[in-house]
Design a binder for this molecule. Structure first.
Ligand code: THU
Length: 139
């Protein structure tokens, strides 16, 4: 697997931001680093809440930070956990990605030691729900 230098940089940042995860309930820490087409890297960690449904995943934190700063187009995201089988983004995060990612936006899944897998967004969510479905609805 060939990892471009900006992806290796994002991996380092995702590992670092993972340490900031607020995960007192699950104890499962996640770090994400999202590479914008501008070259800027946005970091996110999971932030849980005593009212469990209020928790937000690392990937969504990174995406929401980026969009709120005016960047909406991305090339890659690196997600780091310490799961034995490295964890892929959850379905809710994939749906949020569907709003901004392109078919070939790359999702790199890593553990704390190495990047383990390279995936296109299309491979992880082949049939996303999007504006097309809304526009095609029978009125
Ligand atoms: N989590 C993420 O941050 N990203 C995912 O894609 C899956 C799960 C977080 C949510 C929660 O804080 C913890 O991991 C356990 O589910």
């Amino acid at each position: 697997m060939k990892t471009p230098p900006e992806v290796r940089e994002a991996f380092g940042l995702a590992k670092k931001v993972r340490q900031k995860a607020h995960a007192p309930y699950s104890k499962f820490k996640v770090g994400a680093a999202l590479i914008g087409k501008s070259g800027k890297i946005y970091q996110g960690c999971n932030i849980e809440n005593a009212s469990y449904g209020g928790g937000v995943c690392a990937e969504r934190v990174a995406i929401l930070k980026a969009v709120s700063e005016g960047e909406t187009e991305f090339t890659d995201i690196v997600v780091v956990t310490d799961a034995k089988d490295p964890a892929f983004p959850c379905a809710l995060c994939l749906q949020v990605m569907a709003e901004f990612f392109e078919s070939d936006t790359t999702i790199w899944v890593a553990d704390t030691k190495k990047i383990c897998s390279e995936n296109t967004f299309l491979a992880l969510l082949p049939k996303p729900f999007g504006p097309k479905q809304l526009n095609e609805a029978k009125k």
